[in-house]
Design a protein around this ligand. Sequence first.
Ligand code: ATP
Length: 207
Amino acid sequence: MIGIFGGTFDPVHYGHLRSALEVKDIYGLTEVRLIPCAQPPHREQPVATPPMRLHMLELAIKDQPGLVIDTRELNRDGASYMVDTLISLRQEFKDEPLMLFIGSDAFNYLKTWHQWQHLFDFAHIIVMTRPGFEIHNIDDFFKARLASGISELAQCAAGKLYFQQITQLDISATAIRSIIAKQQNPGFLLPDSVIAYIRQHKLYQRH
Ligand code: ATP
C-alpha cells in the first residue's frame, strides 16, 4: 500500500512529518509520497518558489527511509489538481491500494476540489485529525464510502473513506511564516536544517 501526502509545504513542518511517519507505521505502508504542489488551485500562491519548497522537503526527510518526495506536480504545467496526480499514480501502481492522506481542514473543503468525486476512483481517502479543525458534513456520499476498519482498506485498491486519529500537533505553515516575520524563533516546530535554509535565503521575512 502506498501513501500519498500532498501539500504546499511552505515550509514543511513537524505537523506534516510526524503525520506522514505515523500513518506509514499505522497502515504498514511501503512508502509515503510527499507531493509538493506547483500551483495550489484553492488558495493564495506559496511564498517560497517550487525549487525552494522542494529543497526544504529534501532537507527534512533526509535519513527517513519510507518517506519519499514525488515531484510530478512540480513537473506538470498548470494548476495542481490532485485528481490528475492520482490518475498518473494509478498508471504506475496498477492494482495496489493508494491511500490519499489529508488533514481534517482539507476534508472540510474537499467538495471544492476539481472533480472531487473521482478522487475515490483512484484512491482511498484517509482524513487525519488536526487540532482546531472539527470535521463537519459527512453526508450520504461520504457515508456510503466509510470503511469500518483499516483491514477493509487493504481489500480494495480505492474508493473508501476513513478517519484516522493521529498525534495532535497544532503546527501550521501559516503560523511559522508569521513567527519568522515577527523575528521570533520557530525552533521545535520544524527541522533545524529547514530553519537554517530559511535563514540563509531570508525567506518569510515579510507578513
Ligand atoms: P498553510 O498554513 O500555509 O495553509 P499547512 O500547515 O496547512 O499550510 P499544507 O502544506 O497546506 O500545510 O498541508 C498539506 C497537508 O497536510 C494538508 O492535508 C493538511 O491538512 C495536512 N497538515 C498540515 N499540517 C498538519 C498538522 N499539524 N496535523 C495534521 N495534518 C496537517
